[in-house]
Design a protein around this ligand. Structure first.
Ligand SMILES: [Zn+2]
Ligand SMILES: [Zn+2]
Length: 753
């Protein structure tokens, strides 16, 4: 051995940047061979880890060449490096990636401010003391400021901020922790805050921040520019201020997210270790948490709910703001209802002037919006309810190689889009409801962007079979090869895509609305088979629902429709009842539906909880919160086969129970949930008897309901079923694009056979 023991050293590296899917690990391997270095290289989530041991001088050359001689498409950045103990490996090896980690990540999501930067932020002696845009190679914005590849500063929205000598030195020094930190900035050369209060502008970072805190203390509503867009912020403990925000938006009931510092968290919500880890993890998401009884948050933040959406500050600006304000702040996306979050200073001024009293702007442009991601813990695991800043673009491996690059344009509500090539798929952040012009513009921009960022040109587009969705219209005008996918087939295929080991499925695809194979409105189907070959084997008894789109906003319509269908009397004092009854009777503007979402609406109306709602999902969310306080056993619903051999669960026995005033509202809400969970079990048992073994999947927006989902899974497992629930993609329509890709591939496969 030519290495003396004294000169032996071991180093551990984590490399970020473009280091996956670009031949980087083989390059590292060759480099290690060249310098007689032993150890290993391994793909991590979006990064590459290396353990290298060998002669100290060789090791230093190895480290330098890792950067300097990297393959053409790789732009590695040393995110971490430290001396470690020698493990005395006999050779250098490429370790296979953990199979659950995506292997071709190229675009990094926005990262929360790191510990080192926070330390500097609080250090009066530091150059970046209290600087709201401090960042380093471990942290800071990424996806929301990249304009083009490669990911170099010149190709980001930081291009307009030439580096000062100090930043330049740090940026160019391999040993510095800001080496090639593309968004590097400091008070001398970087972005700055300005505070606009009715046209009165305060500049200077410290002054603008102070003016903002002052306004918030007065109960003002402030639009605050963050990483992926603006928030509307207001004192979360001030009823009057929160009410004013609700009145102005207008947003009478929909829950508002709250930003709380880590140290204040225990005063307001109940958390366990896993939840705290998720909150402070790489995504810093909004997490739905149970409120601590008697906490000081305004009751207007989440009316009629036991939970509240909470996030920790994730940008240095948020840290400064929260610490200065010293109380939780409402931090809801600054948007027009259902649209993507606003990102542009002028747009905020023109479109939100009636909502916000003031705005805290900064001059670092946001290239594309990214809303905060949302999670809810269901069946012991955090489930993505919304993808966004921190977890999107969500990059996953497909369990197959797709034959040509394919785009999937999702549904109409909670729209996200996906791009798939080879065995890669990326899912965009939440875009929103595609009703408005701005939503459609962002939708089109994200489609362009993903193709540009990943340097993949789609040749085919998968879209929802609904003929009137604007995403469908976009697809048909795109000139790409078309593949139409049924809404609930896509929901079902989310599971076969996430859990490819299972080959035969029974998926309960329960949601509010989707265009069905028989041209009726589906939402309560049980589908047997696998991607490309779904067969409806069970479902909810269909009913006529009058009122078209208004039905989703007016739960009383679903309640009335079920009662008329069942020849039952229901006489609440509702103005349009007579008119609706005539329409129902003559089948004018009526849809045939089997939607479980509408059944939840009906249940909420029948127990007297809510007649009309102001946001999607309100009736089921309120019903679930109420049911958590109730105590009741399930009813066993009848089930019959229809003319097509489909088992139909009859909801009729629920109607009488729901109207039974002798039982408390909470008990009736509980009974409804227990009954629906049992109905899932009964269908699964019936189908198993007829068709044999399968895995059970739960997919569709209805399963955001934790009580229903956990009760269903518990009983299914007791009866020997293997149960699955989406883990990476949202269970709601935010996951449709992923399912569309999996289904499109399955359909092509089935055709080939
Ligand atoms: Zn940092
Ligand atoms: Zn600088």
């Amino acid at each position: 051995m030519h290495e003396s023991l004294e000169s032996m050293q071991a180093r551990f590296f984590v490399l970020s940047g473009h280091v996956q899917g670009v031949g980087f690990r083989p390059f590292v391997y060759r480099l290690a061979q060249e310098y007689h270095i032993h150890g290993w290289v391994e793909n991590w989530m979006g990064q590459v880890a290396i353990h290298a041991e060998g002669d100290a001088d060789y090791l230093q050359t190895f480290q330098a060449k890792l950067i300097k001689q990297a393959p053409p498409h790789a732009t590695p950045v040393i995110a971490k490096t430290r001396i470690v103990n020698c493990e005395h490996y006999a050779a250098f090896s490429i370790r296979s990636s953990n199979e659950h980690t995506p292997s071709t990540i190229r675009i990094v999501s926005d990262l929360p401010v790191c510990e080192d930067c926070l330390h500097e932020l609080d250090d009066p002696a530091d150059h970046r003391y209290r600087y709201p845009f401090i960042n380093c190679t471990h942290c800071g914005p990424r996806y929301t400021l990249i304009r083009h590849l490669p990911y170099d500063r010149a190709n980001t929205t930081m291009a307009g901020f030439p580096l000062c000598p100090q930043c330049k030195r740090e940026y160019e020094d391999v040993t510095d922790r800001r080496y090639h930190a593309e968004p590097i900035a400091c008070p001398v050369c970087g972005p700055a805050l300005s505070f606009d209060h009715d046209g009165e502008i305060t500049t200077g970072n410290a002054q603008a921040l102070q003016a903002c805190v002052c306004a918030l203390q007065h109960g003002d509503i402030v639009a605050v520019k963050g990483i992926g867009g603006y928030h509307l912020m207001v004192d979360a403990c001030n009823d009057e201020a929160v009410q004013r925000l609700r009145d102005r938006k207008p947003r009478p009931h929909k829950p508002l997210a709250v930003m709380i510092t880590e140290q204040d968290l225990p005063q307001f919500v109940l958390t366990d270790k896993d939840e705290r880890a998720l909150l402070s993890g790489v995504e810093h998401p909004i997490l739905l948490l149970t409120q601590k009884p008697g906490n000081a948050l305004s009751k207007l933040i989440a009316p009629n709910l036991n939970e509240v959406g909470v996030m920790l500050p994730y940008s240095p600006l948020h840290y400064l703001l929260l610490n200065e304000f010293a109380r939780p702040l409402v931090a809801t996306s600054a948007n027009i209802s259902g649209e993507p979050v606003l990102t542009d200073n002028n747009e905020v001024a023109t479109r939100l002037h009636h909502v916000a009293d003031a705005a805290l702007h900064h001059n670092r442009p946001i290239q594309r919006p990214a809303d905060d991601p949302v999670y809810r813990v269901i069946n012991s695991k955090p489930r993505a309810i919304r993808l966004g800043r921190g977890n999107a673009p969500l990059e996953l491996n497909l369990p197959f190689a797709i034959d040509k690059p394919t785009l999937a344009v999702g549904g109409h509500m909670k729209n996200t889009i996906a791009l798939a090539w080879k065995n890669n798929i990326v899912v965009s952040p939440h875009i929103g409801e595609l009703d408005s012009l701005r939503s459609q513009q962002v939708f089109a921009q994200v489609i362009e962007d993903l193709q540009e960022l990943y340097q993949v040109t789609a040749e085919r587009v998968a879209y929802d079979a609904h003929p009137k969705y604007s995403s469908t219209e976009w697809a048909k005008a795109s000139g790409l090869e078309l593949i139409s996918v049924y809404h609930h087939h896509a929901h079902a295929s989310c599971l076969s895509g996430e859990f490819p080991a299972e080959k035969n499925w029974l998926v309960f695809a329960w949601d509010g609305t989707g265009y069905g194979v028989d041209k009726t409105i589906w939402g309560g189907e049980a589908l047997l088979g696998n991607s490309g070959s779904w067969q409806q084997v069970a479902g909810l008894r269909q009913f006529q629902l009058p009122g078209g789109d208004r039905a989703a906003r007016e739960p009383w319509r679903s309640a009335a429709a079920l009662c008329w269908e069942a020849n039952l009397d229901w006489q609440p004092a509702i103005e349009d009842m007579q008119l609706a009854h005539q329409a129902w009777h003559k089948k004018i503007n009526c849809a045939t539906t089997s939607s479980v979402g509408r059944l939840f609406d009906a249940a909420a109306a029948l127990i007297g909880l809510v007649d009309k709602v102001s946001f999607e999902g309100q009736a089921p969310m309120w019903l679930e919160a109420l049911a958590q306080q109730g105590d009741s056993e399930a009813l066993s619903l009848e089930m019959d086969q229809d003319d097509h051999g489909v088992w139909r669960v009859d909801w009729q026995w629920l109607l009488e129970m729901l109207q039974d005033n002798k039982q408390s509202q909470a008990d009736r809400a509980r009974c409804f949930h227990e009954t629906m969970a049992l109905a899932i079990l009964h269908q699964a048992l019936q189908v198993r008897e007829q068709y044999g073994d399968f895995a059970v999947g739960l997919s569709g927006g209805v399963f955001q309901n934790r009580l229903l989902t956990e009760r269903a899974i518990e009983q299914l497992q007791q009866h020997g079923f293997r149960c699955y629930f989406p883990e990476h993609v949202p269970v709601n329509d935010g996951g449709l694009c992923f399912g569309q890709i999996v289904e499109a591939h399955g359909m092509a496969d089935v055709t080939k056979q």
